[in-house]
Write a protein that binds this ligand. Structure first.
Ligand code: NAD
Ligand code: WQD
Length: 337
């Protein structure tokens, strides 16, 4: 049985489907602080079977203990965490407590129950401002905000746990920019309030919930001056977790892997691809650079293929089509209209 912390969230809900398709049984543990249980009802509809869900907080040791007592957990996919960069600058203690303290409590309970297989959601943010691209796993690490620092610290904590007890098997998956949605249009990214990330903002502009997109800077040293990122389809990303789980019992190390496509697209290229996929206009205005943004960030994904046999299959057009299907079918996300 796989424990999926944060499994009601954007990436977690897609991973539940990938786990089901690969024949893994799982239980979701989520405090619903940034998700709606509706996502799990939709997952049930897609996979056509009930799923096990426990509402709880990873900082609550007793709640975790009761999950480990009730279910025979042999691996954990650990998505639970707060992820908004700007908010982390405003509320650093909340981020350190939720993400770092939460992970420590989770690891303590795993250790107590002899469960030592963990796949952790890290992020390309740990590369800070990379000197060159594409980015390889051995590039220098840094953080420019409390959110990024939580990922960096958790990576270090997990490495320390492995040094102290080499019977742990740990995979650190460094995601680039997850976008897209399940083909059904039933589940997708449902940000609270005004989206921080590019793709949900574009999608909400296309559906006319927002008047226009602000493009943060057009004077970067990139193809058209706008920021370049490695957008990866969330279904490809979800499958990366299945590949990691399939290998996990033989890993015997802290395996650190980029999950990206290896291709970078600019903000304006994304706008054009989305307009093509949706048949809608996405009006935009050039705005000043956003503080903390880097010009270019894209992965060298070759190590993921070498170690996990994983590579991204879906291209930019499919990412935009699937985001659009989700957005147009659910203009208010999971909220009941
Ligand atoms: P999300 O917010 O949709 O999912 C996270 C889930 O964790 C939510 O359902 C939330 O309710 C739950 N959660 C938060 N704190 C919790 C706690 N203390 N106890 C129990 N549940 C808790 O985010 P996502 O985009 O699905 O991201 C999943 C993971 O991947 C996060 O750790 C995030 O930092 C990481 N990540 C995300 C991105 C991205 O751009 N989406 C990129 C890199 C890494
Ligand atoms: C992408 C590009 C923006 C919004 C963030 C986190 C990172 C990771 C993924 C979790 C940039 C531009 C954006 C807008 C814009 N999350 N943009 N107008 O910044 O690469 O990464 O999400 O780990 O930690 O920092 O993603 O989607 O915010 O931005 O022009 O309204 O789109 O400047 O070039 P980012 P993003």
């Amino acid at each position: 049985m796989v424990l999926v912390t944060g499994g009601a969230g954007y990436i977690g809900s897609h991973t539940c489907i990938a786990l089901h398709e690969a024949g893994f049984d799982f239980v979701v543990f989520d405090n619903l602080s940034n998700a709606s249980q509706e996502s799990l009802f939709r997952v049930q509809k897609i996979i056509d079977r009930p799923i096990s869900f426990v509402q709880g907080d990873i900082r609550d040791k007793e709640a975790l203990r009761s999950v480990f007592t009730q279910y025979d957990i042999d691996a954990v996919i650990h998505f639970a965490g707060l992820k908004a960069v700007g908010e982390s600058v405003q509320q650093p203690l909340e981020y350190y407590d939720n993400n770092i303290n939460g992970t420590i409590v989770l690891c303590q309970v795993m250790q107590e129950f002899g469960c030592k297989n963990m796949v952790f959601s890290s992020s390309a943010t740990v590369y800070g401002d990379p000197h060159t691209t594409p980015i390889k796993e051995d590039f220098p690490l840094s953080a420019t905000n409390p959110y990024g620092r939580t990922k960096l610290f958790i990576e270090e904590i997990l490495r320390d746990i492995f040094v102290s007890d080499t019977s742990w098997n740990i995979v650190l998956l460094r995601y680039f920019n997850p976008v897209g949605a399940h083909k059904s249009g039933l589940i997708g990214e449902d940000p609270n309030g005004i989206p921080n990330n590019l793709m949900p903002f574009i999608a909400q502009t296309a559906v006319k919930k927002r008047d226009y997109l602000s493009v943060f800077g057009d004077d970067y040293d990139t193809v058209d001056g706008t920021g370049v990122r490695d957008y990866i389809h969330v279904v490809d990303l979800a499958f990366g977790h299945v590949k990691a789980l399939e290998k996990i019992s033989n890993i015997k190390e802290v395996l650190t892997v980029n999950l990206g496509t290896g291709k970078g697209y600019s903000v304006l290229e994304m706008v054009r691809a989305f307009e093509k996929a949706s048949g809608k206009d996405v009006p935009y205005q050039i705005a000043p650079r956003r503080s903390g943004d880097v010009a270019k960030c894209f992965a060298d994904p070759s190590y993921a293929f070498e170690t996990l046999g994983w590579s991204a299959q879906k291209g930019i057009q499919e990412m935009c089509e699937d985001s659009w299907r989700w957005q147009s079918q659910n203009p208010n996300g999971y909220a009941k209209d």
